[in-house]
Design a protein around this ligand. Structure first.
Ligand SMILES: *[C@@H]1O[C@H](CO)[C@@H](O)[C@H](O)[C@H]1NC(C)=O
Ligand SMILES: *[C@@H]1O[C@H](CO)[C@@H](O)[C@H](O)[C@H]1NC(C)=O
Length: 523
């Protein structure tokens, strides 16, 4: 064998030993929302393309993706369920109660989905998996399935973390500077904001622990048997947490080694496609640029309140820019010439068109991420869920301004658009885009690397910090502070006592010698 052959052989041996052999991976994505699945799907497809044996349990079959689909079905969860504007709850009391709304979304899945055909088949088939990837959102009831399948498992979140998942990783979640997902603060909170944020932090965690999880446990036991360990105990075994966020958008915060941020992963494989002719022409021919207006796929554009629609049209009429408005009806009354309506639009391709200068949005994370990626400043009108937090974070990072939809009048809409259309603002959005794209490894490669890492190291439990499962009083050092406080007070009291004693002694000595002197004088 000559040296070249030897080198090639060594290289091949190294290559094969560095790779994980094909893994059997199961994805469990049981929230019906398509926008969540849109984050997980590309990762599962990529795993499959890299040679793993991938099975996906979800409401969204993808026959072309190359992995095995196990399809959940439900009459209620009809794909893109659309929300009307008047269903959404405004302001603080509503935001405090959203936890219930989020939990209700999970109920049907836990009650019926757990006993459904594909889940029963999975249990019956006795198929072994090397890894399970399961969505971290509004329920843990599917952890019963994870427990029965006995494989290391990974959590994945399509948004920034829900408040109840951080503790199972020992992930710091300090409400002094980390906004609760439902609250919508940036990372700089005044006193009142910290009070509200802390209250919601405690409230959401208590509710999840003492109301939501016990209910889900009953559903899980009904499906997987009464000997099922408590869901919170199964949850403590989780290996890794993949979160669709990045510090350039969601603000800087600490992460423990088992928490991996992959913000923008849904764009990793997306190529910018050519726009439909009519839309491209409309954008091309606008001398002063185009404003793209979409409230996302979950909110029906035509349930847009009439009075607000007029306000927006009046503001658009005062601008030189053209407007592309995602609107589900065929026509729109009194539409000015500079507004074009379309039922469906390729959002990412539009946002990355160089002539698109602003985006009016609801602050959904996928749209927000796409805008940041393309460097388009956003006027954000958050409605529910993580949108408030996304909006504030984007504003703090220079990527947009927040507009309160319910209070907005013509002047406010016009001013918000004027602000983001300013070339200086555009520059800031471009800088944010550059920061967002500047990474040591693409978000997709990051996700795949750590997923395979968990398999390579048999669950990788060495990544867990000792804070996992630690009693709260120990984690918050309440016992230590209590002990130190008692010590300090004791020393203080003893000190005072000794000093007093000392002074009394000295005083009595003085008074004795005083008496003596007086006696002497008398004599
Ligand atoms: C946690 O994982 C360990 C080791 O893999 C296993 O023995 C134990 O049963 C798991 N606990 C639960 C509650 O699933
Ligand atoms: C729009 O402009 C681009 C670049 O100038 C050009 O390649 C494209 O053909 C134009 N499309 C239409 C429909 O005018």
């Amino acid at each position: 064998m000559n040296t070249i052959q030897l080198m090639i052989l060594t290289f091949l041996v190294l290559m094969t030993s560095a790779r994980v052999s094909s893994l059997r991976i199961l994805g469990i994505f049981t929230h019906f929302g398509k926008s969540h699945f849109d984050v997980f799907q590309p990762i599962m497809q990529e795993l499959s393309e890299r040679g793993h044996d991938v099975t996906v349990l979800s409401y969204h079959p993808q026959p072309a993706a190359g992995y095995k689909d196990l399809v959940l079905e439900s009459d209620i969860y009809t794909g893109n369920s659309l929300l009307a504007f008047d269903m959404l709850m405004p302001g603080y009391p509503g935001q405090f109660l959203e936890v219930f709304l989020v939990h209700e979304l999970a109920r049907e899945g836990c009650e019926f989905g757990l006993k459904s055909q594909p889940v029963r088949e999975l249990l019956k088939s006795k198929k072994k998996f090397d890894l399970i990837i399961i969505e971290a959102f509004n329920t843990d009831c599917y952890l019963g399935l994870v427990h029965r399948l006995k494989a290391p498992f990974i959590h994945i979140s399509s948004s920034t973390s829900l408040p109840w998942f951080t503790s199972r990783f020992g992930q710091p979640d300090n409400p002094a500077y980390i906004s609760n997902l439902f609250m919508g603060f940036s990372d700089k909170l005044g006193f009142g904001a910290r009070v509200i944020n802390t209250m919601d932090h405690i409230w959401t965690n208590l509710l999840y622990q003492y109301y939501i999880t016990p209910r889900d446990y009953e559903f899980a036991k009904a499906a997987f048997g009464n000997d099922l360990p408590r869901l919170e105990d199964i949850a403590m075994n989780v290996s890794l947490y993949i979160i669709n966020e990045h510090f350039t958008i969601q603000r800087s915060k600490p992460t423990v080694p088992a928490v991996i941020n992959v913000g923008g992963v849904h764009l990793a494989k997306k190529v910018i496609k050519k726009l439909p002719k009519n839309i491209e022409k409309w954008i091309n021919e606008s001398k002063d640029g185009v404003i793209y207006f979409s409230m996302g796929s979950m909110i029906k554009g035509h349930t847009f309140p009439e009075e607000k629609r007029k306000i927006f049209l009046k503001a658009f009429g005062r601008l030189k820019q053209r407007v592309l408005w995602k609107w589900e009806n065929e026509t729109m009354p009194d539409k000015p010439d500079n507004v074009m309506i379309q039922k469906w639009m390729p959002q990412y391709d539009i946002l990355c068109h160089p002539n698109v200068k602003a985006f009016i949005a609801h602050g959904g994370l996928l749209g927000t991420t796409e805008a940041v990626h393309c460097g388009v400043p956003v006027v954000v009108m958050p409605q529910f869920g993580d949108q408030h937090t996304n909006a504030r974070a984007l504003e703090a990072g220079g990527g947009g301004v927040v507009l309160n939809f319910r209070e907005a009048d013509e002047e406010m809409v016009y001013n918000a658009l004027k602000t983001v259309l300013d070339p200086e603002f555009n520059k800031k959005a471009k800088e944010l885009s550059a920061r967002f794209r500047d990474r040591p490894m693409s978000p997709m490669d990051t996700a795949i690397y750590w997923i395979e890492y968990v398999a390579r190291h048999k669950g990788a439990h060495h990544m867990r910090t000792a804070a996992v499962g630690m009693p709260l009083y120990q984690y918050l050092l309440l016992d230590v502070f209590g002990f130190l406080a008692v010590c300090t007070l004791s020393i203080l009291f003893i000190g005072i006592y000794v000093t007093k004693l000392f002074f009394r002694l000295v005083m009595s000595m003085f008074s004795k010698s005083d008496k003596k002197q007086k006696k002497l004088k008398k004599n």
